[in-house]
Design a protein around this ligand. Structure first.
Ligand code: ZN
Length: 277
């Protein structure tokens, strides 16, 4: 029984404005075709220009915090920073073992976070998704299947991955996501158009702990708190959680000292929705 009367409205489609790099790439392709038609002997130069352009687009997509392919939130807006807010974002769940413990920890500290969930995991554990929302956190879109080849998908498959997770999450929680994070942060030039169509805003991070691969909570904490300041967006994982030498999920070891460090710095964790309101 998903919908509730106080659910936020469905995100509206927003206008798509291609980035300068994408507009330039389209113009370059048209020019390359024109050159080949009018001066066929120049085809190697036209081909080289197109190849160089594709390499640039690929590099922009492999750089998670880049804005060359479209808008990309790497920090909270200046108003949130002025209020001393930071956003803790937690990816790849929900996970039936780790997520309940994360929720208990956040409750104990009176902290709200944003969970970038995988649609198919939401469909498997809808009660967990409802629990996240019931405790005042938000559930955002991290694609339907978290495919490693996400950045290689064309527009139709991207639309299915984004739309599938929107539906899974809205069905389970009654609230449609407003933010999207690409699997591993990897993107391609088709993504922004599909996000605009779904009314979603791309979010990456200010810094991440690499907690899916690290076994050391101290190192993860150091990566997240080095230079910590208002407006930061921090990334941790409850799904695919790395384990300490003792077998404990790294996020559970990192969250208490991280929240203490945030408090000591006079900062306040908020959801992305609150920080971007
Ligand atoms: Zn992920």
């Amino acid at each position: 029984m998903p919908a509730s009367s106080d659910s936020p409205p469905e995100p509206l489609q927003r206008p798509y404005h291609p980035s300068a790099l994408i507009l330039g790439s389209v113009a370059l392709h048209i020019a390359a075709v024109g050159v080949v038609l009018m001066r066929p002997h120049l085809w190697p130069w036209a081909l080289a220009a197109v190849v160089a352009n594709h390499l640039t687009l690929t590099a922009a997509g492999l750089w998670p915090r880049a804005r060359l392919l479209g808008p990309n939130l790497t920090r909270l807006p200046s108003g949130a920073a002025a209020r001393g807010e930071v956003a803790i974002t937690i990816d790849d769940g929900p996970d039936p073992e780790v997520t309940p413990a994360v929720l208990a920890l956040l409750d104990r500290h009176g902290v709200r976070a944003s969970f970038f969930c995988v649609g198919e995991r939401i469909a498997r554990f809808p009660q967990l998704a409802r629990e996240i929302v019931a405790r005042g956190h938000s559930v955002e879109n991290h694609s339907q299947h978290h495919l490693h080849r996400f950045s290689l998908l064309g527009p139709r498959r991207l639309r299915a991955e984004i739309g599938g997770a929107q539906e899974s999450i809205a069905f389970a929680t009654g609230a449609a996501p407003r933010f999207f994070r690409a699997p591993a942060g990897l993107r391609n030039p088709f993504l922004e158009r599909e996000l605009a169509r779904a009314g979603l805003t791309l979010v990456s991070w200010t810094r991440r702990g690499f907690d899916t691969v690290s076994t050391s909570p101290d190192q993860v904490l150091e990566r997240l708190t080095r230079g910590l300041r208002a407006g930061d967006i921090l990334l941790l994982h409850d799904g695919h959680a790395g384990r300490t030498a003792g077998g404990s999920p790294v996020i559970l070891e990192v969250l208490p000292p991280l929240l203490a460090a945030v408090g000591t710095a006079g900062l306040k964790p908020v959801t992305l929705r609150a920080g971007c309101a």
